[in-house]
Design a protein around this ligand. Structure first.
Ligand code: PMP
Length: 305
C-alpha cells in the first residue's frame, strides 16, 4: 500500500503529491511503453544518517532500459541522482523506496509512439519489507508458476519495462491463489528464470548458484551485490542454468531484489527447504552491513542523503 508524502518530482519540478497525475490517453497506459527503477534509501539504525543504495547503478540501468526501448531520456544519470536527493529532502524521509518512471505520455494514440512526449517522474514513499515483515527472518513459501518468463526476443528482460510486469502480475496472482508468497517463473526452455520482482539463488554443498543473464532475466543490482559479497566471504559462486529439481533439492534458496532485499525461501512447491541456512544468513548480514555503511570498501555504492 502506498503511504502518501508531500511531493513527487516530475519533469524537473517538485509537484504536490495529489497533482502528480497523467491523462487517461497517455501512450504508456495503453501500450505499456514505460521503463522504471526500484531503489531503496536506508536509514542507519541509531544514527541520524541515510544512504541511497547503488543510486548511480540504478540510474545507469534506467538509461540502458531507455536505450533498448528507444525512449529518449532527457536527463543525465547525474541529473536523475540529484533529482532523487531533491525529492527525498523535500519529503524529509529518513528511509524510503524510490520509484523513477520514464513513460510515453499524452499526445498520440496507436502503437507507433512517434510524437508522444516522454515524461519522467521520481516518487518516494516509506515501504517496509516487500514480502512481509516475517519474510526476511523466516523465509517465504514459493511455487513454480504455470506462466513462463518471456524469452530474450520478446520484451527483452534487460529492459525494466512496465509491459514486462503483465507477466509478473499473472504469476503473482496465481501464486497467491495457491497460497504462496511469491512465484518462480521458468523460461520458455523450462529453465529456472526469476521471481516476479526478484532474482533467485540456490546453495548446494557450499556452492552458490544463480541463473545466467542469458537465461532471460533482469540484470538485478541486488544479484550483482550478492555475487560480490559471496566473493568477499569466499563462498564459491557460479552463474549456471538451473532446473526446477535443483530448487527442490537445494540446501538453501533465496531471492534478491531492491524491494525484496535478500529474502530466504522456506519451501518450493511444498518441498521444504527449511530455515534460512548459513550461507543465506551470512550474505544477508553482510548485505545489511553494506547498506548501513559499515563496509568501507563499498562506500562508492552509497549516496548520503
Ligand atoms: N527481476 C525482476 C523481474 C525484477 O522486477 C527485479 C526488481 N527490480 C529483480 C529481478 C531484481 O532486481 P534488483 O535487484 O535490481 O532490484
Amino acid at each position: 500500500d502506498i503511504t502518501e508524502v508531500d511531493y513527487i518530482w516530475k519533469n524537473g519540478e517538485l509537484v504536490p503529491w495529489a497533482e502528480a497525475t497523467t491523462h487517461v490517453l497517455s501512450h504508456s497506459l495503453h501500450y505499456g511503453s514505460g521503463v522504471f527503477e526500484g531503489i531503496r534509501c536506508y536509514k542507519v539504525p541509531d544514527e541520524d544518517k541515510s544512504f541511497v543504495f547503488r543510486l548511480r547503478d540504478h540510474m545507469e540501468r534506467l538509461h540502458r532500459s531507455c536505450k533498448i526501448a528507444q525512449i529518449e531520456l532527457p536527463y543525465s544519470v547525474d541529473e536523475l541522482m540529484d533529482a532523487t536527493l531533491e525529492v527525498i529532502h523535500a519529503n524529509k524521509l529518513p528511509a524510503c523506496y524510490i520509484r523513477p518512471l520514464v513513460y510515453r505520455g499524452y499526445g498520440v494514440m496507436g502503437v507507433d509512439p512517434t510524437g508522444a512526449p516522454v515524461d519522467v517522474v521520481i516518487a518516494v514513499w516509506p515501504w517496509d519489507a516487500y514480502l512481509g515483515a516475517d519474510a526476511l527472518e523466516n523465509g517465504v513459501a514459493v511455487g513454480i508458476s504455470s506462466w513462463r518468463q518471456r524469452s530474450n526476443n520478446a520484451i527483452p528482460p534487460a529492459v525494466k519495462a512496465t509491459a514486462s510486469y503483465m507477466n509478473s502480475i499473472l504469476a503473482k496472482m496465481e501464486a497467491k491463489a495457491h497460497g504462496y508468497a511469491e512465484a518462480i517463473m521458468l523460461n520458455e526452455a523450462g529453465l529456472v528464470c526469476e521471481g516476479t520482482g526478484e532474482n533467485l539463488f540456490i546453495a548446494r554443498n557450499g556452492v552458490l548458484s544463480t541463473p545466467p543473464l542469458s537465461d532471460g532475466l533482469l540484470e538485478g543490482i541486488t544479484r550483482d551485490t550478492v555475487l560480490c559479497l559471496a566473493d568477499d566471504l569466499e563462498i564459491p559462486a557460479v552463474e549456471e542454468s538451473l532446473t526446477r529439481s535443483d530448487l527442490y533439492i537445494a540446501d538453501e534458496v533465496f531471492m534478491t531484489g531492491s524491494a525484496a532485499e535478500l529474502t530466504p525461501v522456506g519451501s518450493v512447491d511444498g518441498r521444504v527447504v527449511g530455515k534460512p541456512g548459513e550461507i543465506t544468513r551470512a550474505l544477508q548480514d553482510r548485505f545489511f552491513d553494506l547498506v548501513y555503511g559499515r563496509i568501507d570498501e563499498y562506500a562508492d555504492w552509497l549516496t548520503e542523503v
